[in-house]
Write a protein that binds this ligand. Structure first.
Ligand SMILES: Cc1ncc(COP(=O)(O)O)c(C=O)c1O
Length: 483
């Protein structure tokens, strides 16, 4: 199949994959189309796998371990999900907890019935679990939102009038864009730093010269493009030195590292359930209550109001303070409970061992990629910088989108290609202009030319070593043999 995107005339060649007739029996693939290769050639091992790493099981059980997907060649393969940075598979534990609760599901904060009371308790206990997971201070609030994007938009809507927001141009769009909407505010975009120390220095200088008034810094904990970890504690210290507050976008950090709001000394933290193995439509904004309590409710509606009465031609409303103020409407109890369940599972597994394991897989991934001709791993802070299990790269002379398509269609491996909703950052890393416009995606690179978008591979606590080996073998085969 050939798809032409109208805006760019960009052509992505898609080897035809047989349609899965039933999710439960996605194992019988139709005959290969004439245009597809007759068979997937034997995998080319790009470098010697480390046997202990290759056979290492995943530390935590996730759903979908046995899913098989059809290939364009007519065969099938066990699916290899390596796109955790977009959405991680659900933890089995999360799924089991949600299933066990499902028969008891009821309305939250609304009903007198037993199941409503039980569901309300569960919702509020989930808030406490998340507060513990994040090391919240007394007085901090944990709000359940839809996602990181929602959390940061909520905070943007709650900023005191005239707040000046400082944000690096390297941020994910969810952290880069909400601030322009704040009332009478101003956004100061900081350029891409090339070391963690430079990030701190850039922020320090910008804050030093800033006029008086409320200030907020928004920064990521770990990049969704390079996986590199940002110097959050030092950035928080710089912010506070200049009387600014700081919000941490922990969408990519929280699944991989402990995020302790007190130890990092940040004012707010935002993250998404679906990246934390809890894909039930909830996210979190946690942190200081004062700005949130002073702000207009994010949504106007039931649950956020203490009293509502007609007053002449008007309606007079007294809004709640606290979490209810910004959680109007029926709360997502399943989503909140799923996040709490994931927090418990990660805490019980222990980040120390999860991190050790992740570093081993990352080292193997990097060794393997280094052995494949033309691969360039993208990095802002340099080779030695600390990363989570997220890594983007380009292969000289190869179109990233085509490689990602082929990894799926010919090898059953799910990765992502494009600019990853961080356009200025990816353009900087690829050497194109950070202020260039363009779609999420880029034209085909012709052989020998620089790629205009990248491939991202990302993994987590549900990834067995074998998945990294399959990815490396498949990529080597595509790059060296074309299939
Ligand atoms: C660093 C970062 N921040 C924010 C987001 C937005 O998360 P969500 O789409 O769950 O709102 C993402 C999603 O990829 C991300 O990687």
């Amino acid at each position: 199949m050939t798809v032409t995107t109208p805006a760019t005339d960009r052509v992505i060649r898609t080897p035809r994959v047989p349609v899965v007739s039933s999710l439960a029996t996605a194992t019988t693939a139709a005959a290969a189309p004439a245009s597809a290769p007759a068979a997937v050639p034997a995998a080319v091992a790009p470098s010697e796998p480390d046997p202990s790493c290759a056979s290492a099981p995943a530390p935590l059980a996730v759903l979908g371990r046995d899913v098989r997907v059809p290939l364009a060649t007519g065969g099938e393969a066990g699916y290899v999900p390596l796109d955790y940075a977009a959405s991680a598979p659900a933890l089995q534990r999360v799924w089991d907890d949600v299933a066990a609760y499902a028969p008891y599901y009821g309305s939250v904060h609304r009903g007198a019935g037993y199941l409503s009371q039980l569901s309300t308790d569960l919702f509020e206990q989930s808030r406490e679990t998340v507060a513990r997971f994040l090391g919240c201070r007394p007085g901090d609030e944990v709000l359940f939102t839809r996602s990181t994007t929602d959390s940061l938009n909520l905070l943007a809507a709650a900023l005191p009038a005239g707040t000046r927001v400082f944000v690096f141009e390297t941020e994910h769009h969810a952290a880069l864009l909400p601030w322009e909407r704040a009332e009478d505010g101003e956004v100061v975009y900081l350029p891409a730093p090339h070391t963690p120390e430079q990030a701190v220095a850039l922020l320090d200088t910008a804050l030093h010269g800033a006029p008086k008034g409320p200030k907020l810094v928004c920064v990521t904990g770990a990049s969704n493009v390079t996986g590199e970890i940002w110097p959050v504690r030092q950035l928080a210290a710089a912010a506070h030195r200049h009387g600014a507050r700081i919000v941490l976008d922990a969408a990519q950090l929280a699944p991989h590292r402990p995020v302790d709001i007190t130890a990092l000394d940040v004012d707010w933290v935002a993250f998404s359930g679906h990246k934390l193995y809890a894909p039930f439509g909830a996210g979190v904004l946690a942190g200081r209550a004062d700005w949130l309590d002073e702000a207009r409710p994010y949504l106007a509606g039931g649950g956020a109001t203490r009293t509502v009465a007609r007053a002449g031609e008007q309606v007079e409303v007294e809004w709640h303070r606290g979490t209810a103020r910004h959680e109007a409407g029926s709360p997502n109890v399943v989503g909140a409970y799923a996040i709490a369940s994931a927090c418990k599972a990660l805490t019980e597994a222990g980040f120390a061992s999860l991190v050790t394991r992740e570093r081993e897989l990352l080292a193997r991934l990097r060794d393997g990629l280094a052995a494949i001709p033309g691969v360039r791993v993208l990095s802002l802070f340099g080779e030695a910088s600390e990363r989570v299990g997220v890594l983007s790269f380009v292969v000289a002379g190869h179109d990233s989108s085509q490689l990602a398509t082929d990894l799926s269609a010919l090898h059953g491996i799910g990765v992502r290609s494009g600019l990853f909703c961080a356009h200025p950052l990816v353009r900087t890393l690829l050497g194109s202009e950070p202020d260039a416009f363009g779609e999420c995606g880029a034209p085909d690179a012709v052989p020998g030319e620089r790629s205009l978008d990248a491939i991202r591979v990302s993994f987590g606590a549900g990834t067995p070593g074998e998945h990294v080996e399959r990815f490396l073998a498949a990529l080597a085969s595509l790059v060296t043999a074309g299939s």
